[in-house]
Structures are given as structure tokens and as C-alpha cells.
Design a protein around this ligand. Sequence first.
Ligand code: SF4
Ligand code: SF4
Ligand code: SF4
Length: 215
Amino acid sequence: MTQYGFYFDSTRCTGCRTCEMACKDYNDLPVTYAYRRVYDYEGGDWTTGDDGTATTTAFAYHVSAACNHCAMPACVAKCPQGALEKDPDTGLVLHDDEKCIGCSTCVKSCPYEVPVVDIELMKSRKCDGCASRLAEDKRPICVEACPLRALEFGDIEELRAAHPDAVDGIAPLASPDETQPSIAILPCPAAKEPGDTTGVVANPKEVANTSEASE
Ligand code: SF4
Ligand code: SF4
Ligand code: SF4
């Protein structure tokens, strides 16, 4: 089985949100949630030496993230309705509206806080890898939209081979150990490892998907 996934180059990303907005527009999402979100991760400090010179460990970088279409997806394992399944041809984790009862189990089980329940629809929602575009031999709209070409999509093993310095985890994303995400991330020099406690997400309200009604 081919396993599709995303490559993200954090050395290129400027945090412009074009990927997120293109996805929201394409999927006609409400203001309350997004399938792709851009985290601003920042931290560090200033110290002043005896001679009055200042040194800093300050850092800041952006992480654009969507569903990781994990090899061991907790959302699929935990859904009591079998409403989430891995596509046997692409490895994408797809959602079945007919089966979904909006119980939020997937929301709680995903370590990346990816799915969100739309209260108006009472269905969970998340990135499907732009499956309908892939069927037309098009790239996902987020990949297409990024002006810095910081996103790629394809066979994750081919992406990892093409980008040998890429890793499968970066702060503030969760550790890859639990679900084996299908992602390859090129860390920028400032990047920290998952579990890092030296920084904070500087835009917590922006990246918090809220289960509110769609508009
Ligand atoms: S990132 Fe979360 S929602 Fe996406 S496949 Fe992995 S566990 Fe499921
Ligand atoms: S692949 Fe499509 S649905 Fe997923 S984040 Fe990108 S644009 Fe959104
Ligand atoms: S569009 Fe590209 S550069 Fe802009 S936030 Fe998204 S991944 Fe980063």
C-alpha cells in the first residue's frame, strides 16, 4: 500500500497562513476551525553579562500542520462507529459522514488535536488529504497555495528519501511514537524536539479548533 503524507520545510515557512486559508476556502470551513493550522512556537531568554553585553537564546519558528494520516491512527482505533478508516490505496485516513455520530472520541484520541466536531452538523471534520483533488491528479490545495513551496505531498517514503534530513516530529507537535505520523519535517536551525518545554505556542487561540456551529 502506498502511504501518502506531507513534507514540511520549516526552514522555508514564513508563517503566512496561505496554506490554512486556501484549505478553509476550498473546504468552505467556518471561522471556528481549520483543517490546517499554523503554530507559532517561540521561547528563550536574554541574559546580561558582567561586561554589560546581552546574549539571547530567543527563538521563533512556524509549524504548518494538518492531519498526519498516521500509520497507526488513534482516531481510527478508537472510533466506536468505524467512521474513520485508512484508504487501502493511499493510506489516507478518511471519514464517513453516514457512520459518524459526533461523539468526539476521535477528537480526544488524536495526539495532534486534529479532528473537530462541527456542532451544527454533529459530525467530526478533518483534512482528507484533498482526496477529491488527488482523484483528478491535482495536489492538495494547501501544497498548491504555499508561496514558499514549503509543503509537498506524496508517497511518504519517497518524500523521506528525497529529504534525508527530515524528521517525523518537531515541537510543538506531539511525539511521533504513539501514532507514527506520515510526515517528514525539515527542522529549521531553531527547531526543538517534540516535548520541548523551553518554548510556548504564541497563538493558542488561533490554533484551538472549537466545536462550534458552522456558519
Ligand atoms: S493526525 Fe490524528 S486525526 Fe490524523 S490520522 Fe493521526 S491520529 Fe488520526
Ligand atoms: S490536504 Fe486539503 S484538506 Fe488537508 S490541509 Fe491541505 S488543503 Fe486542507
Ligand atoms: S503557506 Fe507555506 S509559508 Fe505560508 S504558513 Fe503555510 S507552509 Fe508556511
